[in-house]
Design a protein around this ligand. Structure first.
Ligand code: ADP
Ligand code: MG
Length: 452
């Protein structure tokens, strides 16, 4: 019979490493507290339900409840928990996470690993308001009856408005209801990369089998298919096979199908076969409700005046609301957990200073015309010569990145540019800057002038 010792704080005993030691619940509480204090952004209410198992061979085994939680812990919590555990126990221990109920069929991504679903992205955590009522209702319907309700379901809207949240909520609900369902959730980028890899390694058959034998195929940010002719061709056949087999297809994008630049007409028409639903920016009341929810999930309470202040101050997108909660939470931890209006103002005021200085389109036009030695009247004309077209695209890119103007508004500064062409310009510059160091340098130089 093996004896089990209890590990208490800074236990100096030098036992044989392989001997299992039960973890004192008090120690675990201290470790948790330390993680929560030092990494407020990571904190989740469900941490309370983590079950620390014994300590064996220097490893503290911790059991979590769901596959998504496991993913979250393995990708983000390993280091913080390990560091805290070492500080509290005074030993070189490592924290490792496990889950006892991994789904059999499950959600899989590239390497047939359970997919990185965010445990926060479930329907219970999604606040419904006038801005997202339709896409939310459609997602719920699809999660309940995949392949029957709307096929495909196409959700579009600006960045940070909840598209990925809804897509993942559908996957997680499906998984709960039907653990053996084969669900494939991935970004469009992964789809493109895997397609290219499959061609290069001569494994197209496997690739096809993989995508054409699922119950639910969910592709996030499908607008990245723009201009990728061969991937579009392949996706066309994938789509047809799944659709004919009454398998559910769910897609998201930053614009409706018809506005994705350089997308084959037959795909545009297929994306419109089911339901196309738009997510808009949340209104004030919805922002309040989202803040409340996010704060609650992280175990902090925000007074009404704090909610009003933050909801009024941050209106662009929901991801930034979440960032605000993280900042406030960070400050609150330093001040014994009390969140009042003063603290919220201090937490957010700080970030409003240097880096988020308001940049105007006028300033952007100024630095770009000087840098590339072009005339403003040329930039704003319809001239398409490269020496003018490129600086113009750079202006659009910078305006998109550094101002909160919409694509339409940005297009309005130039003659004959509607929002699709602006979007195209922004993506072009983005792609070039990633591929060409020279262009990345030019952008860095211009941005330094703008924020400096
Ligand atoms: P997108 O994919 O549209 O860029 P995400 O789905 O990544 O946006 O959402 C950004 C953040 O905002 C996520 O943390 C998400 O949980 C949150 N969020 C967006 N909309 C809502 C909502 N209606 N209720 C709760 N959280 C939301
Ligand atoms: Mg997304």
């Amino acid at each position: 019979m093996s004896t089990t010792h209890t590990l208490s704080a800074r236990d100096p005993a030098s036992r044989r490493a392989s001997e299992p030691i039960a973890l004192d619940p008090g120690i675990w509480r201290q470790i948790l507290l330390m993680v929560r204090t030092q990494h407020p952004g990571l904190n989740r209410l469900w941490f309370d339900q983590m079950a620390p198992r014994q300590l064996t061979n220097g490893v503290i085994q911790v059991t979590v409840g769901t596959a998504a939680q496991l993913n979250f812990c393995q990708s983000q919590c390993q280091q913080p928990f390990t560091t805290s555990a070492q500080a509290i126990t005074g030993r070189l221990v490592v924290v490792s996470f496990h889950c006892e109920h991994l789904p059999e069929g499950g959600v899989f991504n590239e390497g047939d690993q359970p997919l990185a679903l965010n445990p926060d992205y479930v329907f219970e955590n999604f606040v419904v308001g006038p801005c997202n009522r339709l896409p939310h209702a459609a997602s719920v319907a699809v999660a309940e009856q995949p392949g029957k309700a709307y096929n495909p379901l196409f959700i579009h809207g600006g960045v940070g408005l909840g598209k990925s949240h809804l897509l993942q909520a559908v996957c997680q609900t499906q998984l709960d209801r039907n653990p053996s369902a084969r669900i494939l959730y991935l970004s469009c980028d992964s789809f493109i990369n895997q397609f290219i890899n499959a061609i290069e390694s001569g494994e197209m058959n496997q690739f096809r089998y993989r995508y054409r034998h699922v119950d639910v195929l969910v592709i996030d940010d499908i607008h990245f298919l723009a201009g990728k002719d061969r991937t579009q061709e392949e996706f066309f056949h994938t789509f047809n096979t799944l659709y004919q087999g009454h398998r559910q297809i769910i897609l998201s994008a930053d614009c409706p199908p018809s506005e994705i630049p350089e997308l084959e007409e037959r795909l545009v028409s297929r994306f419109n076969w089911g339901l196309v639903a738009r997510i808009d920016k949340p209104c004030y009341e919805t922002r309040m409700a989202i803040l409340q929810k996010k704060a609650k999930m992280r175990g902090i309470l925000l007074a009404d005046d704090v909610l009003c202040y933050v909801a009024a101050k941050i209106e662009s997108n929901t991801r930034e609301l979440e960032g605000a909660v993280t900042k406030i939470q960070g400050m609150a931890m330093l001040q014994n957990g009390v969140v009042d209006l003063e603290l919220a103002k201090a937490a957010l005021g700080e970030s409003a200073t240097p880096e988020q200085k308001r940049i105007t389109i006028q300033q952007i036009l100024d630095v770009v015309t000087k840098y590339y030695s072009v005339r403003l009247s040329d930039l704003q004309s319809k001239r398409r010569h490269k020496s003018i077209a490129f600086p113009r695209q750079v202006c659009m890119f910078l305006a998109r990145r550094h101002t909160s103007y919409s694509l339409e508004e940005i297009g309005g500064y130039f003659v004959g540019w509607d929002h699709t062409t602006v979007l195209h310009a922004v993506r072009m510059v983005d792609e070039h800057s990633q591929a060409e160091v020279q262009i990345a340098d030019q952008l860095a130089h211009l941005e330094a002038q703008l924020v400096g």
